[in-house]
Design a protein around this ligand. Structure first.
Ligand SMILES: [Zn+2]
Length: 215
């Protein structure tokens, strides 16, 4: 299949992310403190600095993935958004490693590596915070789906500070098996205040004038 014109699709990077994610989701990663040499070598075609890849791998492995069992598999047994978030976590962490490797490679070229390595700790914190937030939002969504599902409606706060990406999703009907654009209400961006309501709850609010109030 040809790469979509003008998109960020990059098959070489996708292959690297898949290889990193397979490792991160495996029991081997649980006690690892650095990327295995053979795995780090998979990043060679991307022309990243070895030192940058080593540091990015060390950082990524310094914090455990959330909600993983001793064999690397998610511990939640049922099909749910929480489970999906846990399944996706190694891929998100792999994407972080790639992004960090790129940032540190640029820093080496610009001769600002020590500063960049310090900054990288903040990026790791942000990455972790986003992961925790995503898991929380997934739990909230599963609760709403259990109580009021399966049909859900995306809700923003309907004020002037709503992010354009969230505004685009406002009012979209979905189920937890088909998230709109793969997004979870409350986890689109770090300060996302979106939430979901059940379709049945929305229908109960039909006014005598016939308009459906989804507020
Ligand atoms: Zn939002």
């Amino acid at each position: 299949m040809a790469a979509p014109v003008g998109s960020l699709y990059n098959p070489a990077e996708d292959a690297v992310i898949a290889a990193l994610a397979a490792f991160l989701g495996s029991p081997m990663a649980t006690n690892a403190t650095y990327l295995p040499k053979t795995l780090a070598a998979r990043l060679d075609p991307l022309a990243l600095a070895d030192k940058a890849v080593r540091e990015a791998g060390k950082l990524a492995l310094s914090v455990p993935l959330t909600g993983r069992g001793p064999y690397g598999s998610p511990v939640t047994p049922l099909s749910s958004t929480v489970r999906q978030v846990k399944i996706d976590e190694p891929t998100m962490r792999a994407q972080y490693i790639l992004a960090a490797s790129k940032r540190l490679t640029s820093a080496l070229a610009l001769n600002v590596y020590p500063q960049a390595a310090r900054l990288e700790r903040n990026f790791l914190k942000q990455h972790r915070r986003a992961g925790v937030n995503r898991l929380r939002a997934a739990g909230d969504l599963d609760s709403v789906a259990t109580a009021e599902g399966p049909w859900l409606i995306w809700q923003t706060q309907h004020d002037s500070t709503v992010d354009p990406e969230c505004r685009r999703l406002d009012g979209r009907m979905f189920t937890i098996d088909h998230l709109p654009d793969g997004q979870i209400p409350g986890a689109v961006h770090p300060y996302c205040r979106c939430y979901a309501i059940g379709m049945s709850g929305a229908v109960r609010n039909i006014s005598p004038l016939g308009g459906m109030h989804v507020v």
